[in-house]
Design a protein around this ligand. Sequence first.
Ligand SMILES: Cc1cc2nc3c(=O)[nH]c(=O)nc-3n(C[C@H](O)[C@H](O)[C@H](O)COP(=O)(O)OP(=O)(O)OC[C@H]3O[C@@H](n4cnc5c(N)ncnc54)[C@H](O)[C@@H]3O)c2cc1C
Ligand SMILES: NC(=O)c1ccc[n+]([C@@H]2O[C@H](COP(=O)([O-])OP(=O)(O)OC[C@H]3O[C@@H](n4cnc5c(N)ncnc54)[C@H](O)[C@@H]3O)[C@@H](O)[C@H]2O)c1
Length: 472
Amino acid sequence: MPPNAYDIVVVGSGPAGQKAAIQGAKAGKKVVLIEQEQGIGGNCVYRGTIPSKTLRETALQFERLKRSSEVFEGRLRLDVPMSVLLHRLDEVVKAHECYMADQLTRNSVTYRHGRARFLSPNEVELETIDGACQALRADTIVLATGSRPRSIPEIPVDHEHVLDSDSILSMIYLPRSLTVLGGGVIACEYASTFALLGVEVTLIDRAQRPLSFMDAEIVEVFQRSIERQGGRFYVGQTVKEVAWDGVSSVVARLANGMAVKSEKMLVALGRQPNVEELNLEAAGLTLDEKGRIPVNEYGQTPVPHIFAAGDMLGRPPALASQAMEDGRRAVSHALGLPVGDSLNQVPIGIYTIPEIASIGLDEEQAAARYRGPLVGRARFTEIAKGQITGACDGLLKLIADPSGERLLGVQIVGEHATELIHLGQMALQDGATIDRFIDSIFSFPTFAEGYRVAALDILGQRRKRQSSAQAA
Ligand SMILES: Cc1cc2nc3c(=O)[nH]c(=O)nc-3n(C[C@H](O)[C@H](O)[C@H](O)COP(=O)(O)OP(=O)(O)OC[C@H]3O[C@@H](n4cnc5c(N)ncnc54)[C@H](O)[C@@H]3O)c2cc1C
Ligand SMILES: NC(=O)c1ccc[n+]([C@@H]2O[C@H](COP(=O)([O-])OP(=O)(O)OC[C@H]3O[C@@H](n4cnc5c(N)ncnc54)[C@H](O)[C@@H]3O)[C@@H](O)[C@H]2O)c1
């Protein structure tokens, strides 16, 4: 094969691109991975998952200290430099970079630093930082260029006073107050992290409740928890205008006439796919009416050897785990390998404080599909581990069909929710019954015990329902 010819060209080195490249290389193909940024890993590593979760970990350390307030006296200094709060970030990013670079080298994936755009359906131009251009040919092309924060004209982001998720961690000091626009995952995660760090947080969303795609009762527990920290939610509100007053505050004017002032503002109103720079016309591709690349279930575009994966698809769930699966799936399909069906059950893990996690149907979805689904609840206040740790803001819900036998979904809010959900995921995938949780012995004390408590709650309701049916 000529030096600039490959079996597979992958554009973008985030979770989707990496897994696509590794899958191709493992199948013995000659693969090149192109990335325009300095490091490998995508937004996930430099602007998204890893930085936000590192700051969150610092906030959690403070919370643990606060819970021990009988022993430790103290509070967070005002004007804490963000660099102090993020002191572990460099280490975490370096460890991740090393792991990813090793994995690419081990699998003989060629890595090229530069920006890619189509020259023709089988040709991609690589422009390196010195401006040099080179054409690379491939039989299969996987686009995994990710997304960026959505911006709207009435809310100009200056990255100094009004920030987005790309710039929020570039603040020099922890602000005293923060307005968060949006009630989605990014908004709620950062709102809860900053609230725990002692920042006065106000969240404004046009929807009637934050995280409107999640189980309402679960979100309620999260919302109450933030409110106890002093956080405020203004829901069902439209922001008409945002401006820096030139002195000390960002002012958000709402359609109802209210003005909300804060030292900084985070704008988190969704994401938009990175597609504009790819010169898609040269590949024979056109975007759909929502500005997305049309794809089938394998991420295959109308040009059969071109695939798209991850956040650039512009559809939910925009998760690192989903992006990895998209990349793997696209290349497997391109090479005629089995793809599996794991897409049916993607767990959602939201790193708010307390955490939220979901798999399968929530209560409202189950009620829309079945007449009278049964819902079993385990409140963390009733679980010994919750009492011992003091992490009592928690609820685990098992959703079952009307007979109370078949598990339909698991919804959790509380400490370790994003870990606990995988037990529910396995149960759902294996078609486990509610009784499976009752017949299993759980270690004591654990949060996982909540599964048994919730299952017993369903058993009680099932028996009541059966006796009323017999009596009728
Ligand atoms: C603040 C925040 C927190 C998040 N937290 C979580 C979380 O906790 N858990 C979770 O699962 N998900 C989380 N996400 C979402 C997660 O980061 C994304 O779903 C994931 O990064 C998507 O991966 P990707 O490979 O599709 O794209 P990205 O990670 O966005 O990578 C795309 C890459 O393509 C490169 N690229 C773009 N155009 C070109 C081009 N023309 N040439 C060469 N390279 C190009 C970009 O530079 C980038 O590196 C979070 C996101 C944000 C913003
Ligand atoms: N833990 C995780 O898995 C994790 C963490 C962070 C981000 N992500 C991913 O990143 C993606 C983007 O997150 P996001 O929070 O930016 O977007 P989102 O789409 O989840 O939420 C956007 C929010 O903005 C609100 N909104 C939109 N326009 C508005 C307007 N003009 N005025 C007021 N409110 C408005 C919407 O009502 C919605 O609540 C998500 O899809 C998520 O999957 C995942």
